[in-house]
Design a protein around this ligand. Structure first.
Ligand SMILES: *[C@@H]1O[C@H](CO)[C@@H](O)[C@H](O)[C@H]1NC(C)=O
Ligand SMILES: *[C@@H]1O[C@H](CO)[C@@H](O)[C@H](O)[C@H]1NC(C)=O
Ligand SMILES: *[C@@H]1O[C@H](CO)[C@@H](O)[C@H](O)[C@H]1NC(C)=O
Ligand SMILES: *[C@@H]1O[C@H](CO)[C@@H](O)[C@H](O)[C@H]1NC(C)=O
Length: 299
């Protein structure tokens, strides 16, 4: 539980890619001051997540998430330009970065429901910048509409929509994502997952830039098999994708899983760099296109 939002200490035992492609384990913690991760070497203390409390009431999901050390489930990954993921936005609560989000249109963004921790008035959204704390366009949130059937235990329906007080200005780095066609039969083989994370771990002060990673589809049957014994169920409302290498990991919670400008997934839960065994689990957006359109029309 983190009550003091200015200078949150997150404990990490991260897999770090050092220049030259060799990996080593780094044990320590970082303090996130909003624009930089201040890294400190030190003993590994009890893991803490950024989101207050646990993301789920399911101990198995928390145990996995705890290994991700939110808010970054990414160490390294590749820095990308804003034009590569112009639909990406950053969600802040009380001025504190909390999750990734996706631009649906000028007034609406989509994120994970486990990122909804308080009143709409405390949220802001930044779009059009590779830095979640600087540049681009900043908007206040007017209203949140969350999926009514979200389960904190199964993580099913982990989606919220947020309406912005003033519309975004569309530009090279601010564009809406496309929703998958309801006629979609086959999912793409691979996707781009994006979010904010560490880009280098050698520096003491690591600036937070948008980065992306290619992850590839894991069938539901295979994914369920990978999660066998954890008590986690993979529903058809979820899709799974895996990192190509162990040195890159998927995007932040609430962030996009996209192929050719089409949004297939929203990062929900899963394990970070520490394990190659468990695929990342994403909300299967295809199952929610009707809900999304209905909400955008109704509110
Ligand atoms: C890093 O940590 C992993 C998992 O804890 C372990 O399997 C691996 O041997 C460690 N590697 C090094 C170089 O210490
Ligand atoms: C965070 O720390 C870095 C490095 O010390 C500093 O340059 C930056 O201004 C700090 N950011 C804020 C918002 O205080
Ligand atoms: C979070 O979940 C873990 C595992 O289920 C549990 O041990 C811990 O008490 C929970 N923490 C909070 C703040 O609910
Ligand atoms: C939520 O579940 C109820 C009961 O199963 C169902 O009637 C309703 O349509 C669901 N809502 C959405 C938005 O899917």
């Amino acid at each position: 539980m983190t009550s003091n939002l200015s200078g949150i200490v997150v404990i990490a035992n991260l897999w770090i890619l050092v220049v030259g492609g060799q990996s080593k384990n780094w044990s320590g913690y970082y303090v996130d001051n909003g624009t930089h991760y201040l890294l400190y070497e030190g003993p590994r203390i009890k893991p803490q997540t950024f989101l207050p409390g646990n993301i789920s009431t399911n101990p198995a999901i928390n145990a996995l998430e705890a290994q991700d050390y939110l808010p970054t489930r990414i160490v390294n990954g590749k820095k990308i330009k804003c034009s590569r993921a112009p639909y990406q936005c950053a969600l802040h609560y009380n001025n504190y970065f909390i999750c990734g989000c996706v631009i649906l249109n000028r007034r609406w963004i989509l994120t994970a429901q486990h990122c909804k921790i308080g009143n709409p008035g405390r949220y802001t959204v930044r779009a059009g910048s590779t830095q979640q704390r600087r540049g681009g366009q900043l908007r206040h949130v007017q209203k949140t509409v969350c999926h009514p059937n979200y389960s904190e235990y199964t993580m099913k329906n982990d989606l919220c929509m947020m309406k912005l007080k003033t519309p975004l200005n569309v530009g090279r780095c601010v564009q809406k994502v496309k929703l998958p066609s309801t006629r979609t039969k086959r999912f793409p083989k691979c996707y781009l997952a994006s979010g904010w994370g560490l880009t280098s771990a050698n520096a003491q002060n690591v600036q937070r830039y948008l980065r992306g990673v290619i992850v590839c589809k894991v069938s539901r049957a295979k994914c369920q098999q990978d999660y066998r014994g954890t008590g986690i169920k993979i529903y058809k409302q979820m899709i799974c994708a895996k990192r190509k290498n162990r040195d890159t990991c998927s995007g932040d919670s609430g962030g996009p899983l996209v192929h050719n400008g089409v949004l297939y997934g929203i990062t929900s839960f899963g394990i970070g760099c520490a394990s190659a065994k468990y695929p990342g689990v994403y909300v299967n957006v295809l199952q929610y296109t009707r809900w999304i359109k209905k909400v955008a029309k109704k509110y």
